[in-house]
Design a protein around this ligand. Structure first.
Ligand code: PEP
Ligand code: MN
Length: 424
């Protein structure tokens, strides 16, 4: 039998893999000024950025980098505990200790954890620490591992093997899903080609092709694709433009001294700069920018294990404020992102209105007409009564909003400086 579960056959909907986040505070307050995102949704409208070192090299190192990537707006923390190294003499990872440090980093920052599992015998233990279990490129066709991860039912990040076709990647995902796990995220991380300038060749076409052939979310790892820190930003932008749902980026406090993959790791400053630029590309691609996090004193710490946290998401765990509103946290997060999207549109439209008003002002001046046209403004305000009725909003409130819009445009027309500039 061919692919069934990864195709659009049984479902017309795109899968959103929802990773519960522990209690923390978003950088940008939501439109209603409340609460933290209850979950990181991979495959939704908002881009997801997973960031952190190739390998966890120590407790202080991972705690420090977790705080730093969180402040730059990362959605999740990555860090290898078990490293699949080409040489048996290279650093193999800190194993169980690294998993403990990662859990500590999650408790300190609220960032969900992504870490690789190499051995089917470790799956149960890794699942107790990881919020998203990674299957590396070298293990994409390790069928006992795929089966074991499938049986956990926990979110999994499946990386494309460097010589695997898209069909083989999707078949590997099918193995996981056939064992009862629907929470699969695919990752394009570059394939092996004849070109030696880069570690691998990022297969940009894989993104739209996968999005067409499967409902599963697709993210991109520009770090392993290019193998060079200077390529991480351009490859990230290209991935977003091609429709990726997120990125996984290696960030190290001191790349020159990294135990693995230093040459492709960004330092915290480079990562912050990249994150600042990503929002514009997200917007151009019709996506919301990555949801960020800010550290506030008194952030609630979630001491529950990740297994409990995940069970809690579907089992009714909710932030108190969410419970008060009678919403599931996931529903609330979706509503908030809808509100934010509308706000962005409104701001864009106000900008366009001001531009048109400026042009109108210029035309009026050239024609010798008065710039302020009281009759026209009166007519605009009169139309608000009809709009208010059809929108079900009190007339006075909409009238005040329209009057303020006219005021903003008037100032632009007459070139009066905006109060925010004069009051400072
Ligand atoms: C990694 O992400 O740490 C990693 C080893 O990547 P890949 O499996 O894609 O080589
Ligand atoms: Mn690496």
């Amino acid at each position: 039998m061919s692919r069934v579960l990864t195709t659009f056959g049984l479902t017309a909907e795109r899968t959103i893999v929802s990773i519960p986040s522990t209690a923390a505070s978003p950088v940008r307050d939501d439109a209603d000024g409340a609460g933290a995102p209850a979950a990181i949704d991979i495959g939704g409208e908002r881009l997801v950025v997973i960031a952190g070192p190739c390998a966890v090299e120590g407790r202080d190192m991972i705690l420090g980098i977790a705080q730093s990537v969180r402040q730059s707006g990362a959605s999740m923390l990555r860090g290898g505990a078990y490293k699949p190294r080409t040489s048996p003499y290279a650093f193999q990872g800190l194993g169980i200790d690294a998993l403990e440090f990662l859990s500590e980093a999650r408790a300190a920052t609220g960032l969900p954890i992504v870490t690789e599992v190499l051995d089917p015998r470790d799956v149960e233990h890794v699942a107790r620490h990881a919020d998203l279990m990674q299957i590396g490129a070298r293990n994409m066709q390790n069928y006992p591992l795929l089966a074991e991860i499938g049986r956990t039912g926990r979110p999994v990040l499946l990386k494309r093997g460097f010589s695997a076709t898209l069909e083989e990647l999707l078949m590997a995902a099918e193995h996981i899903m056939a064992h009862g796990n629907a929470h699969v995220v695919l990752c394009e991380r570059g394939i092996r080609t004849f070109e030696p300038s880069t570690r691998n060749t990022l297969d940009i076409s894989a993104i739209p092709l996968l999005k067409a052939r499967t409902h599963l979310p697709v993210i991109v790892d520009p770090s392993h694709a290019g193998g060079r820190a200077d390529l991480v930003a351009p490859l990230s932008f290209a991935a977003i433009a091609a429709g990726a749902d997120g990125l996984m980026i290696e960030v190290h406090p001191d790349p020159d001294c990294a135990q693995s993959d230093g040459e492709q790791s960004l330092d915290p400053t480079e990562f912050a700069e990249l994150m600042a630029r990503i929002a514009a590309f997200a917007q151009a691609a019709g996506r919301l920018p990555p949801g960020g996090w800010a550290i506030r004193s008194g952030d609630a710490r979630d001491e529950r294990g990740p297994l409990d946290a995940h069970a809690g998401r579907s089992g009714g765990h909710a932030e108190p404020s969410d419970a008060r509103r009678g919403q599931s946290p996931k529903a609330l997060a979706t509503l908030r992102s809808g509100i934010e999207r509308i706000d962005q549109k409104i701001m864009g439209l106000i900008g366009q209105r001001v531009e048109l008003a400026r042009d109108a002002g210029r035309v009026k001046r050239e024609a010798g007409l008065p710039v302020i046209d009281e009759i026209q403004e009166h007519e605009v305000l009169a139309r608000v009564r009809d709009l208010a009725t059809s929108a079900g909003i009190p007339y006075e409130e909409l009238h005040a909003l329209q009057a303020y819009l006219i005021e903003i445009s008037r100032r632009a027309q007459t070139r009066e400086p905006h109060p925010s500039r004069t009051e400072r």
